[in-house]
Design a protein around this ligand. Structure first.
Ligand SMILES: [Zn+2]
Length: 438
């Protein structure tokens, strides 16, 4: 299965996404033209309006990758018509900021021309997020907005609450909370513990090679251990069974004499579990910091937005037997997603955030000494870095047709993939929009 093409009528109003075979026919007969390459969108030449069915944009924002699914509700139930995954550039941004900070710090101590000190201009506006997180929020918003422009979207569903880290980590009773009893019981807690422990066995770190993870009681239930989060540990099935009815401390002691490597690893890990050392909550914190921001931005779309929990997503996905993928998680977001038709092997649109170039006008060497200046113009001969082009090269080693993103230079030799190409061989397919597609 492949993604459907998005369709606009001749007045640019969105219609239902269309099967690629039909799109090819329309294009061949001259009844439509390509409006946009990615996501592939066509515009009909002579049709205004048309029948539409409800379509939901479903989003599963993650710290590195966000899953997107467009789910249409037809006569035969819900079905994924377009799936995509965005790879964010949070890490790149963080690194660039760190580098910039280092350069500026170094410059302050250097003997250079006087620069008036800056005071009291560092107040952060309300709702400020670190640039790495802000970029992720904006990318999610951009794509929700884009899909809402090219398809007749009737609702947006987004996985916001992964789990409530505060409530769960203090181990309060979740009384009165909707998911405590009912079909979701246990899913939120279980997911939280797995996530906290990085989806790895806390007793062997994966050394046993057993992939099945279970929820394990540090102090066994049979010996009075509670169901509190503080007493719950992610363990692989092998370690869970080997530990049996012992506490983490007792097990660590019992493992002392064992000669095998696995047991030595287990002993080191079990000692840490015994003193209650938890892995860091940083990833969860990043997700939590942006979940409200993402929600707020999506509300500005003017389409009903539903906020759903991660436990429900996982339950929907697991009960339908789908594998774990970001886009499949997205398709399984929300109450209505307990029955969604999709093909796990489907070819999806892979989107990679690449940014819009740099604002840095002056390049420096490793010591912060200025060594080059960036040209003022972002375009040369009508092209900008990041434009999607088709190159038809008639001669030479690279002759043939190539499609890809170019990096321009301010001379007629642009970079396309791994070789250079003269702009006279290039035709523009789509202007740079800050993303790379595959
Ligand atoms: Zn293990």
């Amino acid at each position: 299965m492949v993604n459907r093409a998005l369709v606009l009528d001749s007045e640019r109003k969105p219609l239902m996404p269309c099967h690629p075979a039909r799109v090819r026919r329309l294009l061949r007969d001259g009844k439509a033209a390509v409006f946009r390459r990615e996501p592939f969108t066509i515009i009909l030449r002579e049709r205004v309006g048309g029948e539409t069915q409800p379509i939901e944009v479903k989003l599963d924002p993650g710290s590195k990758t966000t899953g997107i699914a467009l789910v249409a509700r037809g006569k035969r139930g819900r079905k994924v018509v377009l799936a995509a995954e965005i790879t964010h550039r949070s890490g790149e941004i963080r690194d660039a900021m760190t580098k910039r900070r280092a350069l500026r710090q170094g410059r302050r101590y250097r003997k250079v021309r006087h620069r008036a000190p800056r005071f009291l201009n560092r107040r952060r506006p309300e709702g400020w997020l670190p640039p790495s997180l802000e970029s992720r929020v904006r990318q999610v918003e951009t794509w929700a907005r884009r899909l809402a422009r090219f398809t007749p979207v009737t609702a947006v569903e987004v996985e916001t609450a992964r789990f409530d880290t505060h409530v769960l980590s203090v181990g309060y009773d979740l009384e009165g909370v909707e998911f405590q009893r009912g079909t979701l019981f246990g899913w939120e807690l279980r997911e939280y513990v797995f996530h906290r422990d990085g989806h790895r066995c806390r007793y062997c770190g994966g050394e046993s090679g057993v992939p099945v993870l279970e929820l394990e009681h540090g102090i066994p239930k049979a010996r009075g251990g509670s169901d509190r989060v503080a007493n719950l540990v992610t363990a692989c099935r092998a370690c869970n069974q080997a530990k049996g009815n012992r506490t983490a401390t007792e097990w660590a002691e019992a493992l002392a004499g064992s000669p095998t490597k696995l047991d030595r690893v287990r002993r080191a890990y079990a000692t840490k579990v015994a003193v209650g050392k938890h892995p860091s909550l940083r990833d969860a914190a990043a997700i939590n910091a942006t979940r409200y921001a993402i929600g707020d931005r999506l509300k500005t779309l003017g389409i009903p937005v539903g906020f759903r929990t991660g436990g429900r997503t996982k339950m929907n996905r697991t009960t339908q037997g789908y594998p774990k993928r970001h886009w499949i998680d997205a398709a399984c977001v929300g109450e209505t997603a307990h029955r969604v038709r999709l093909d796990p092997g489907m070819t999806i649109l892979r989107i990679r955030a690449r940014g819009h170039g740099t604002r840095k006008r002056c390049g420096t060497d490793a010591h912060g000494f200025p060594i080059r200046h960036a040209p003022r113009a972002k375009r040369f001969l009508g092209f900008a870095t990041g434009d999607l082009v088709r190159a038809v090269i008639p001669v030479g080693k690279y002759r043939g047709i190539h499609v890809g993103r170019i990096a321009i230079r301010h001379r007629p030799s642009f970079k396309l993939a791994r070789f250079d190409v003269h702009p006279k061989y290039l035709a523009l397919l789509q202007r740079a929009d800050g993303y790379e597609y595959a």
